[in-house]
Design a protein around this ligand. Structure first.
Ligand SMILES: Nc1ncnc2c1ncn2[C@@H]1O[C@H](COP(=O)(O)OP(=O)(O)OP(=O)(O)O)[C@@H](O)[C@H]1O
Ligand SMILES: [Mg+2]
Length: 413
C-alpha cells in the first residue's frame, strides 16, 4: 500500500470518519462499517510513525475504537453477536474470545499506562544513594549494546520490599523515567478482584501490549504493586483463577527473549508482605531489594525535597534539616512528606487568614488574591513533632530485615 506521511494519514482518517457518519445517517451501516475499518487501518499506519509514546497510545485507543465501531455496525442486532462470555465453570481461560472482546481487554490494559514517572527523577528521591547507583548500572547493562559473542545480562525483573511509604513506587517511576519506558502500573489486589475469571488472559494481554510498546529500543516496565495479593490463596473458585493468574505472570516474567534480541519488557514488583511470596515467585526475580526506613541523612534529604525543592522558603538561621532528621527517627518518607505538608499548611493559614472571606466574596476576588508565604522556622515544627508516632514499629522493621537475612542465607526460597 502507498505510504502516506502523518498529516496525510490524519486527513485520510478524518475523511473516513466523515464518510462513516454520512453513511450511517442514511442507514448504510455495512458501508459505514467499511469506512470505520479503513479509518482503523490508517490509524494503525499512523501509530508506526509516531515518535511520542503518548501520541502513540492515544492513536492506539482510537484505532481500537474504530475497529469496535466497524464491528458493531456489521453485527446487526448489536454488540452481543459472536461474543463469547467467559463461562461460569473453571474453564475461563480456555474459552475463545471474539476480536471484540480481545480489543476490550486491550483497552483496559491501555488504561494502566501511567504518566507519573515523568515527574519523578533520582533527585526527587531522598537517600538510597547506593541503590540508585546500582539500579542505574544494572538497567544500563540491560539497555546498552552488547559486543558480539558476549553474553551480558542486566536486570529484567526485580522485587522491592519493605515498609509502606519508603519510596518503592518512586524508585520504579525513576527507573521508568530515565529509560523513557512506557510504565504499566498494575495494582495486584485490584486486578485480582476486578478480573476474576479472565486472569491468565488479562496477564498475557498485558505483556503483549507491553511488548508492542517497546520500540526504538524503548523498554516497557510493568510495575506490579502489592505483588503479595497474587500469592495469597483464596477459597473456592477464586483460588483457581488466582492460580491461573499467578502461573501466567510467572511464565511471562520468564521472558520471551529471542536469540540475539534483548527482552525489553521489564517487571518490577513491590510488596509490604514479602513473607507471603512463595518460592516460585521469588526465584523469578533476579534481585529482591529491601527498601528500608530512611536513616538520618536520608531523612534530612527528604525534608529538603518536600520543602525547599517545592519552593517553600526556609529560614536557615533557625531551621536545621539535621535537627529535624534527629527528631524523626523511624519515620518513613511518606510520613515526612505528610509532616512537611501539615507544617506548610499551618504557615499558609497563619499568613492568609482572609481567604475564607474572599471565597464568600466571589470567584473574581479570590482569583485576584496572591497567596502570602513566609520562611519556615524550626519552631514551626515543634507542636507537630511532639505528637509523632511512627507508622512502622521496631518489631515490624525487624521483620523485614530478618526475612531478608533468612532469604540470603538460603533458609527461604
Ligand atoms: N525517599 C523518599 N524521598 C522523597 N519522598 C519520599 C521518599 N520515600 C517516600 N516519599 C514520599 O512518600 C510518598 C510515598 O512513597 P512511595 O509511593 O514510593 O512509597 P512505597 O514504598 O511505594 O509505599 P507503599 O508500600 O505503601 O506502596 C511519595 O509520594 C513521597 O511523597
Ligand atoms: Mg507504592
Amino acid at each position: 500500500m502507498h505510504r502516506q506521511g502523518p498529516d496525510a494519514l490524519q486527513r485520510s482518517i478524518d475523511r473516513m470518519l466523515t464518510e462513516a457518519n454520512t453513511r450511517m445517517a442514511v442507514g448504510k451501516n455495512e458501508e459505514a462499517s467499511r469506512s470505520y475499518h479503513k479509518a482503523a487501518q490508517f490509524a494503525e499506519q499512523m501509530i508506526e510513525m509516531l515518535e511520542d509514546a503518548d501520541a502513540r497510545r492515544s492513536m492506539t485507543v482510537r484505532a481500537t475504537e474504530y475497529k469496535q465501531r466497524a464491528r458493531t455496525l456489521t453485527s446487526k442486532g448489536g454488540m452481543d453477536d459472536g461474543r463469547v462470555k467467559p463461562v461460569e465453570d473453571h474453564q475461563a481461560d480456555d474459552v475463545t474470545y471474539s476480536d471484540e472482546e480481545a480489543d476490550a481487554l486491550e483497552q483496559q490494559i491501555l488504561l494502566l499506562i501511567d504518566d507519573s514517572p515523568k515527574r519523578i527523577d533520582w533527585e526527587t528521591i531522598g537517600g538510597l544513594e547506593a541503590l540508585k547507583k546500582e539500579l542505574k548500572f544494572h538497567y544500563g547493562l540491560a539497555m546498552a549494546k552488547v559486543p558480539d559473542g558476549v553474553q551480558v545480562e542486566g536486570w529484567n525483573n526485580i522485587m522491592f520490599y519493605g515498609p509502606p511509604g519508603t519510596g518503592k513506587t518512586l524508585l520504579a517511576c525513576a527507573v521508568a523515567n530515565k529509560l523513557s519506558a512506557t510504565f504499566f502500573n498494575v495494582k495486584a489486589s485490584q486486578i485480582v478482584s476486578k478480573w476474576v475469571g479472565e486472569s491468565g488472559r488479562l496477564i498475557s494481554t498485558l505483556y503483549r501490549v507491553a511488548r508492542k510498546f517497546t520500540r526504538d529500543g524503548r523498554p516497557s516496565i510493568i510495575f506490579v504493586d502489592e505483588f503479595d495479593a497474587l500469592c495469597k490463596s483464596r477459597g473456592g473458585e477464586g483460588q483457581l483463577y488466582h492460580q491461573q493468574m499467578l502461573a501466567a505472570i510467572l511464565s511471562e516474567i520468564d521472558g520471551f527473549a529471542q536469540k540475539g534480541k534483548r527482552d525489553l519488557v521489564m517487571t518490577i514488583g513491590a510488596t509490604n508482605r514479602p513473607w507471603d511470596l512463595d518460592a516460585a515467585v521469588l526465584s523469578r526475580f533476579e534481585r529482591r531489594i529491601l527498601i528500608d526506613l530512611p536513616g538520618p541523612e536520608a531523612r534530612a534529604d527528604i525534608f529538603r525535597i518536600h520543602l525547599e525543592d517545592k519552593g517553600i522558603p526556609v529560614d536557615h538561621r533557625s531551621l536545621s534539616y539535621t535537627r529535624l532528621a534527629d527528631a524523626t527517627e523511624r519515620l518513613t518518607g511518606r510520613e515526612i512528606a505528610r509532616l512537611c505538608k501539615e507544617v506548610t499548611a499551618n504557615m499558609l493559614g497563619e499568613m492568609n487568614p482572609d481567604i475564607p472571606v474572599l471565597v464568600d466574596a466571589g470567584l473574581k476576588r479570590i482569583q485576584d488574591y496572591e497567596i502570602k508565604v513566609r520562611a519556615l522556622r524550626q519552631g514551626d515544627f515543634s507542636a507537630t513533632l511532639e505528637q509523632l508516632v511512627p507508622d512502622t514499629s521496631e518489631a515490624e522493621e525487624h521483620h523485614y530485615t530478618d526475612w531478608g537475612k533468612a532469604l540470603r542465607e538460603g533458609k527461604r526460597a
